[in-house]
Design a protein around this ligand. Structure first.
Ligand code: ZN
Ligand code: ZN
Length: 352
């Protein structure tokens, strides 16, 4: 089997061949049918996050060991089972839940493995989907996608789950009543635009790129606004019919957080899922005086992924625009994402 690996942070991925691993215990081996190229892969590849004020979060210090095959948005076909694995059979096509924790701590036992302090995420701490095959520790992490297309379902493991889990943090009555402002119309933003509508709400998109605003309107947003416009806050209030009560920041840059802070009404909620980086200056008294909530959301738990996949299958959610590329293009696909050339999602698929 071939893996496309980060061998050195920031350097092109290198292809390496290995013997196909034999699953042990409850492990399941899947042949990769689709591997989404996520923006957070860029951070892993670069080796860290900008924390602002010249500080950096180094992934090397966080225990990310190289070489690593990234890829945490994976759909695979079961090809082998460990002796203790059950619940799936050879030939089953499944979406892989990658946000796996230790399984033993209180956080994991409460069902939030994505928040475990001893994470062993696939494609981050362990080899992921940028490979011919992927090894999953247990069949419970495999979600049935029915007849859905693997390349369209793969992004639900990260961008879908991240946006779904964040949107679920907005009270249902607010979501039903108030438009949700979605900042950033990349993979996450377009996914959020689709999901808001399926969940019974309306979306207003913000992006500085006209092509991405166009894609947002095509995805059903009621308005798409240039966040760099001087009167961006005014435009948002006009589109929403008043101050903003729910905002999802899919960028997470100083400018977007500042825009969110200015646009929120009293009791408004800003949920940040973007990891662009940097730091924001906020006037502290305005937080209590305006009763604002600023909240982070990080991927989602296994139950949420199952709920999301059921929702997508039942409501026939429009897929975000997908560009399929062969697995062997993994490095070039990352480069294109890095240069901002990607609208929607690139999904790596096996060569035909
Ligand atoms: Zn991701
Ligand atoms: Zn744990």
């Amino acid at each position: 089997m071939r893996r496309y690996e980060v061998q050195e942070f920031g350097q092109p991925l290198a292809a390496h061949d290995y013997p196909v691993p034999a699953p042990v215990g409850a492990e399941v081996l899947l042949k990769v049918r689709a591997a989404g190229v996520c923006h957070s892969d860029l951070h892993i590849w670069e080796g860290g996050y900008d924390l602002g004020q010249g500080k950096r979060l180094s992934l090397k210090d966080r225990g990310i060991a190289l070489p690593l095959a990234m890829g945490h948005e994976t759909v695979g076909e079961v090809v082998a089972l460990g002796p203790e694995a059950d619940g799936v059979a050879v030939g089953d096509v499944r979406l892989v839940y990658p946000w796996i924790g230790c399984g033993e701590c209180a956080v994991c036992r409460a069902g939030n493995e994505n928040l475990c302090a001893s994470a062993r995420f696939l494609g981050v701490h362990r080899h992921g989907g940028y490979a011919d095959e992927i090894l999953v520790p247990h069949a419970r992490y495999l979600v049935d996608i029915g007849e859905m297309a693997p390349a369209e379902m793969a992004p639900y493991a990260c961008s879908g789950l991240t946006t779904y889990s964040a949107l679920r943090k907005i009270p249902a009555d607010v979501l039903a009543r108030e438009p949700v402002v979605i900042v950033g119309a990349g993979g996450l933003g377009l996914m959020a635009t689709n999901l808001v509508q399926v969940m019974g709400g309306r979306a207003i998109l913000v992006d500085i790129d006209p092509a991405k605003r166009e894609a947002g309107l095509a995805a059903g947003a009621i308005a798409a606004i240039d966040g760099s416009a001087e009167d961006a806050v005014k435009q948002l209030w006009t589109a929403a019919g008043g101050p903003i009560m729910a905002m999802l920041d899919c960028v997470g840059a100083p400018q977007t957080v500042s825009l969110g802070f200015q646009a929120l009404g009293k009791g408004g909620q800003l949920i940040i899922i973007g990891l662009f980086g940097g730091e924001a200056r906020l006037s502290i008294p305005l937080i209590p005086m305006r009763a604002i909530s600023i909240q982070g959301s990080y991927v989602g738990n296994l139950a949420e992924l199952k709920e999301l996949v059921a929702l997508v299958r039942a409501k026939h959610v429009h897929p975000i625009p997908i560009t399929r590329r062969p697995l062997a293009d993994a490095s070039a696909a990352l480069d294109d994402l890095h240069q901002g050339k990607v609208v929607g999602r690139t999904v790596l698929v096996p060569a035909v």
